[in-house]
Design a protein around this ligand. Structure first.
Ligand SMILES: [Fe+2]
Length: 466
């Protein structure tokens, strides 16, 4: 079978608007500098990725590969033909093409960090999630529109796409979203694929700084999951509470404010994300503190109720706040700032059921909330370790609540018995992989950093509200 096509034949295909995918397999930079109009950039970094990409292309579609001189495209087209594709390649590659070449107006791929910057600046991005509706319903970037990849190859599905916005295609790992750019290019729409998909989106960290008098608090948000952690600075020194991966970002955020991380603490044993406390302490050369009342097999300084942790000219007071976990600790700064882990959120309270003794934990949670947290002054700011989906920051991009606002939560208006029965009756799905994550955070099983994104995929589910 002849799989070679000439520039004249390719011109015919383009003029007839045949149902063909034209894939330019050269390096991204070469493609962006000049490609045949209607061609999409397809760069696979491994055989495995090639196979995944091929499995997502509709098998009845004509595929034409273009490279620099025809060599690699011929090999790939031959392989695809063997897999049953109607695959072809442009003879002698792009150098045989005498027609017009177009430059890209945007990058063909986008990293999670860059996408987050664009979303923050309200730039005109259109988030096109091409996963299946079930995956989309489970976990998505707010504002994204869902058109599954299989539908995207039907031209009618593309009529709802804007022509004046930058389209970012999104999937779970960045393969389907790449194939989506092929489907859009066929209709003359340029788009950019989110590298690593939702799995790496989940690892994007953003920092917002709150400065009040001599206190610097950097709230670090794991954007995709809504996990919050805090870097508290005083006199050039910083304590980090509840860090998540990627660890090195904390050192960068602290440095930007002229702070050196000397201490790292977890409020409790997390179930929804892998704690980066041990690794961050190691990387920063800082001291690690963990609760004496949680089960850890990690070497650290153990803390309990009544301890203090010094940094700069300040100190954090430790109070035992059980209810979400048995040994959860909260950290108090100047009696005005309370870092309470998963006890109290902007929108609700911590869930007591992740350790399978919901009733007992709910009673402790009641006591912690009413007799410890709500006993601070009305203006005290409570910084949680998460925020739920759709919850907006309280002020200046920072998520916190105050004692005054927390007292208005309906769940905190109930007496103890009513509270326990109500809280136990609310069933929310558990965080994905939570029992595995608990074991990792205990130090019972090891994990390689590259396994973390997939393990943590999915929303945080640490709070309950009503
Ligand atoms: Fe938690």
């Amino acid at each position: 079978m002849n799989i070679e096509i000439t520039p004249e034949e390719l011109t015919q295909v383009l003029q007839n608007k045949s149902n063909a995918l034209i894939l330019d397999i050269r390096a991204k930079e070469n493609y962006m500098n000049g490609h045949i109009s209607g061609a999409a950039n397809a760069v696979c970094h491994s055989m495995q990725q090639k196979q995944v990409i091929m499995s997502k292309i509709p098998p009845n579609m004509k595929v034409i590969l273009i490279d620099g001189d025809g060599t690699e495209a011929k090999q790939n087209a031959t392989m695809m033909a063997r897999f049953g594709f109607d695959a072809h390649y442009l003879k002698d590659g792009i150098k045989s093409w005498e027609g017009e070449l177009v430059k890209s107006t945007q990058d063909t791929t986008i990293s999670g960090d860059t996408l987050w910057e664009s979303i923050k600046q309200n730039s005109d991005v259109f988030l096109l999630d091409v996963r299946e509706p079930q995956e989309f319903a489970e976990f998505k970037i707010p504002g994204a529109v869902n058109i599954p990849l299989s539908q995207l190859f039907m031209p009618s599905s593309q009529t709802q796409l804007p022509k004046d916005k930058k389209i970012v295609t999104i999937c779970s790992h960045g393969n389907r979203s790449m194939v989506a750019t092929f489907a859009l290019a066929q209709n003359g729409l340029e788009s950019t694929s989110l590298v690593g998909g939702m799995s790496l989106w989940n690892q994007v960290l953003g920092a917002t700084v709150l400065k009040e008098n001599d206190t610097t608090i950097i709230q670090v948000e794991k954007i995709g999951k809504g996990c919050l952690s805090h870097i508290i600075g005083s006199n050039g020194e910083a304590v980090v509470i509840d860090p998540t991966y990627p660890t090195k970002r904390y050192i960068e955020f602290a440095q930007k404010e002229g702070l050196k991380i000397t201490k790292v603490i977890d409020t409790h044993q997390h179930a929804d994300h892998v704690s980066a406390a041990k690794d961050l302490a190691q990387m920063a050369g800082a001291k690690l503190y963990l609760s004496k009342l949680e089960e850890y097999r990690i070497e650290s300084e153990k803390i309990e109720d009544g301890n203090t942790i010094q940094f700069g000219t300040k100190q954090l007071r430790v109070i035992h706040t059980p209810g979400h976990t048995p040994g959860g600790m909260s950290f108090i700064l100047d009696d005005k700032y309370v870092f309470s882990g998963d006890i109290l959120f902007v929108e609700g309270i911590g869930r007591p059921d992740l350790r399978d003794q919901a009733e007992e934990f709910a009673a402790k949670l009641y006591d912690t909330l009413h007799n410890k947290i709500l006993k601070f002054g009305d203006d005290a700011k409570i910084f949680p370790t998460h925020h739920g989906e759709g919850v907006s920051p309280t002020k200046g991009g920072i998520f916190y609540t105050t004692v005054q606002n927390a007292k208005k939560l309906p769940l905190l208006d109930l007496g103890q018995a009513e509270f326990v029965s109500k809280v136990v009756s609310i069933t929310t799905p558990r965080p994905m992989n939570y029992s595995m994550i608990i074991k990792i955070n205990k130090g019972v099983i090891p994990i390689a950093p590259e396994q973390i994104p997939d393990l943590e995929m999915g929303p945080n589910r640490c709070s309950i509200r009503m």
